[in-house]
Design a protein. Structure first.
Length: 263
C-alpha cells in the first residue's frame, strides 16, 4: 500500500512538472509586443521598449517616461511611473473587486473610482483634494464596451470657477484583428489605458468636444476624426499603424505611423 501511495505521489509530481513546462512553452510562443517605433512625417523616430516575465509586463520604457508594473496573482496592482523630464515619480495603486477594477489611488493626490453597471458599461469619477484637504471632483464619465472593445468614452468636466461645462466624447470603431497588447496578463483590466484595453484595434476614432457656458448657455462644439490604416502579420497582429494617433498617448498631426515588433 505504501508503495502504491509513493508511486502516485511521483506520478503527481511528474504531471505537475509537465504541466509547468507546457505552460512555460505556451507563454514563450505567445506573440508579445517588444518594441514600438513612432515615426514622424520628417523621418525622426522615437522608440518604446516593453519588457516581460513570461506574459507579465515588467516595464514600459518610453521616450518621456518609464513605467514599472507589479502583480498580485493575475492582476496588475501597482504601476510606478517616472517622468524623464521632471523626474517626478507617480505611484498608482489598483484595487479590484471580483476581478474588476474598482479604484486607482495616485501618489500625485488623486483617485479614480470605477463602478460596473448592469448594462456592461463602467462609470468613473476622478477626485482630488484642494489646499484645504477638501475633496474636489475633477471629472466623471462612462466607458461603453462591445465584444470586449472600448467603443465609447464620454467624459464631463465642470469648471465652476470659469463657469464652463465641458463634454468630451470619443467613439471608436474597431476591426476584428488582435490588439498588440492582448496577450499581456491583466492589461485589459486597466481602464486608464483607454483604447489599449480593447481586444481588437481601433481603426476610426471620432472625438467631439462641447463647451457650455453656464451663465448664458452659449455652446461651442468641435469634432475631429482620426483614421488608422493597419498592416498585420500572418498571426493577425498589427505590424504598422498609419495614423496621427500615437500608440501610447494622444494624437499629433506630425505623427506618421507606429511600427510594432514582437518576440
Amino acid at each position: 500500500m505504501e508503495k502504491v501511495i509513493k508511486n502516485i505521489g511521483i506520478l503527481v509530481l511528474v504531471l505537475t512538472a509537465l504541466c509547468s513546462c507546457t505552460n512555460e512553452a505556451v507563454e514563450q510562443n505567445v506573440p508579445m509586443l517588444k518594441r514600438i517605433v513612432e515615426v514622424s512625417v520628417d523621418g525622426s523616430t522615437t522608440t518604446t521598449t516593453l519588457n516581460y516575465n513570461g506574459v507579465e509586463i515588467l516595464s514600459i520604457d518610453k521616450a518621456d517616461a518609464f513605467l514599472e508594473f507589479y502583480y498580485t496573482g493575475n492582476l496588475i496592482t501597482k504601476i510606478v511611473e517616472i517622468n524623464k523630464t521632471t523626474s517626478n515619480k507617480n505611484t498608482l495603486d489598483y484595487l479590484y473587486v471580483d476581478g474588476s477594477l474598482k479604484k486607482i489611488t495616485s501618489s500625485d493626490n488623486y483617485v479614480i473610482d470605477y463602478k460596473q453597471n448592469k448594462d456592461g458599461s463602467v462609470s468613473y469619477e476622478k477626485w482630488t483634494k484642494d489646499s484645504n484637504n477638501v475633496a474636489v471632483k475633477v471629472y466623471f464619465g462612462t466607458l461603453f464596451f462591445q465584444n470586449q472593445n472600448l467603443i465609447k468614452d464620454e467624459k464631463i468636466i465642470e469648471d465652476t470657477k470659469k463657469g464652463i461645462l465641458t463634454t468630451k466624447t470619443v467613439n471608436v470603431l474597431c476591426d476584428n484583428k488582435k490588439n498588440a497588447l492582448h496577450n499581456i496578463l491583466g492589461f485589459d483590466k486597466l481602464f486608464d489605458f483607454a483604447k489599449n484595453v480593447s481586444s481588437n484595434n481601433g481603426i476610426i476614432h471620432t472625438e467631439s468636444c462641447t463647451e457650455k457656458k453656464l451663465d448664458d448657455d452659449q455652446i461651442i462644439s468641435s469634432i475631429k476624426r482620426y483614421d488608422s490604416t493597419i498592416q498585420y502579420n500572418s498571426n493577425g497582429y498589427p505590424t504598422e499603424i498609419v495614423s496621427e494617433k500615437i500608440f501610447f498617448g494622444g494624437s499629433d498631426s506630425k505623427h506618421l505611423k507606429s511600427q510594432l515588433f514582437y518576440n
